[in-house]
Design a protein around this ligand. Structure first.
Ligand code: PLP
Length: 486
């Protein structure tokens, strides 16, 4: 499939000056340079490629959900598009007519950009869904967003830099940066995620307080715009525009980590998917991280990064000397399923009709159970419109010992009671941007609560059964009553 990109769009700006020492130093692997000569009549005695006859895998197949063309349409909507019977996707050992891939190709060493057919599919998907507003954007496959973030970060952050982050954020991102000597600066959030006003204010006034006087102005912002982890917030269209405007005004690189993008519950009512930050990018300043982890399965370890061509090249070089590319088994079965069986339309319908609906129903069930069993005086949450999480705020001010002991002590007590009553929620401090005191052992959860502002517990509706979710809320409701009676 060729990707149509409007010729009147501008080319990406030059972001060379944003490269970290590491990013700027990355070079193409000389061994990979040989691959481009392997075409036409070339006889290769180069490259240490194992002979495919030694691969003990004769074929690879999987039973998958059938997502062929919609059965019928009424008033423009598909009827019974998801067929009941699974279909078999198989990848033969050697290339065969009618097949997208073969194991001789997919299990071989390949390019740092990923399997060409799968990469083209992902690029086609990005072109349809996000339509970046510059001409030369490109896509490189990753081993998921964790991998993509690590590579993006090492490309644009040097030791001593600080990245702007949401005030409650995905802990793995902070933990990835910390050993690299890359710090973070929390930016206030509201019901729509990071506040554009707070971001602008911070950057407009950068250097005016003594703490910042010695620090370089931040040049990178890390955002989870949809179904944010942990708060469940989703940026409105206006918020996304405002954030991008601040990013342009202050010349920021935007890392858009969007694993929950396709878990938007109300796409129908809103008339379409939320525009991504990438879709508003006219400069090439957004590094968008997509993953199949939440749409197909986390164990695929396949994602894709969409960004300007220079960044794509640097990530390709990074891949060439680290992961090389995602597992050939994953790429093979995904390519065959997505390209030969589902197609772009089938994948889009799968996202709209399956994943999204499942999480919508789950979210509504957990919320219903919460409302039935948890006193609104003691705890509350903002209704999520995407993602997997309820961010439960504990009304500590209603606690009889509020003000006499620290908020952290009350939250730790509540967490311990939850464990004793067999209901597990994630402590809010795990998503805090504050630095952990050195005497705290983060693994010792029954004795750790270090942030007085972390009056939250995170619940997910992604995994438990509906019965378990209801029972969890019964237990949580009772635990809260008990904790607040003391
Ligand atoms: C914000 C965020 N980024 C990345 C990930 C991990 O994504 P992947 O499985 O693609 O590495 C998660 C979830 O686990 C997440 O919440």
């Amino acid at each position: 499939m060729t990707v149509d990109i409007a010729p009147q769009l501008p080319l990406a700006k030059d972001f060379s000056s944003f490269l970290s020492l590491e990013g700027a130093a990355r070079k193409k692997s000389p061994l990979k340079g040989l691959l481009r000569f392997m075409k036409d009549d070339m006889i290769s005695l180069g490259g240490g490629l194992p002979h495919p006859s030694t691969f003990p895998f004769y074929s690879l197949s999987a039973e998958v959900k059938a997502m062929g063309p919609a059965d019928a349409t009424v008033n423009g909507s598909s009827l019974k598009a998801v067929k009941a019977q699974p279909e078999t996707v198989s990848v033969p050992h050697y290339p065969q007519p009618g097949k997208t891939e073969s194991l001789t190709a997919t299990l071989q060493y390949g390019m740092g950009t990923g399997l060409p057919s799968l990469r083209e599919f992902c690029k086609g998907h990005v072109a349809r869904m996000h339509k970046p507003q510059y001409r030369d954007w490109d896509v490189v496959l990753s081993a998921g967003n964790t991998d993509g973030f690590a590579k993006a970060c090492s490309m644009v952050c040097s030791r001593g830099d600080k990245v702007l982050v949401e005030e409650w954020t995905y802990p793995a991102a902070l933990e990835m940066m910390e050993p690299l000597g890359v710090g973070h600066i929390p930016v206030q959030m509201d019901g729509e995620g990071m506040s554009a006003v707070a971001l602008k204010d911070l950057l407009d006034n950068w250097g005016t307080n003594p703490e910042q006087a010695q620090q370089a102005k931040p040049r990178v912002v890390y955002l989870i715009p949809t179904g944010q982890n942990p708060t469940g917030t989703t940026m409105s269209i206006q918020r996304r525009k405002d954030i991008m405007q601040v990013a342009q005004e202050h010349d920021l690189i935007v890392i858009e980590d969007d694993p929950y993008y396709y878990l938007q519950f109300f796409v129908d009512q809103q008339g379409g998917w939320m525009p991504s930050l990438l879709s508003m990018d006219t400069d090439g300043r957004v590094i968008r991280l997509d993953t199949f982890s939440k749409t197909l399965a986390p164990g695929c370890r396949v994602g894709y990064m969409s960004m300007n061509p220079q960044f794509c090249q640097i990530v390709q070089y990074h891949n060439e000397v680290t992961t090389q590319q995602p597992s050939g088994f994953s790429q093979a079965i995904l390519a065959e399923m997505l390209i030969s069986h589902w197609g772009q339309e089938g994948y889009k319908r799968y996202l709209t009709e399956n994943v999204r609906m499942e999480y919508l129903n789950r979210s509504q069930h957990l919320q219903k159970s919460f409302k039935a069993h948890v006193s609104p005086l003691l705890a509350s949450y903002n209704e999520p419109s995407a993602g997997m999480f309820l961010w439960i705020k504990i009304h500590l001010e209603k606690h009889p010992r509020f003000g006499n002991v620290s908020d952290s002590a009350l939250m730790l007590e509540l967490f311990n009671k939850c464990i004793a009553n067999q209901v597990l929620l994630v402590p809010g401090w795990q998503f805090s941007c504050k630095s952990k005191p050195s005497d705290i052992d983060p693994a010792d959860l029954l004795n750790s609560w270090y942030d007085d502002d972390a009056r939250y517990l995170r619940a997910t509706f992604a995994y438990a059964t509906f019965e378990q979710m209801e029972e969890a809320m019964v237990r949580f409701g009772k635990t809260l009553e008990d904790a607040f009676a003391a």
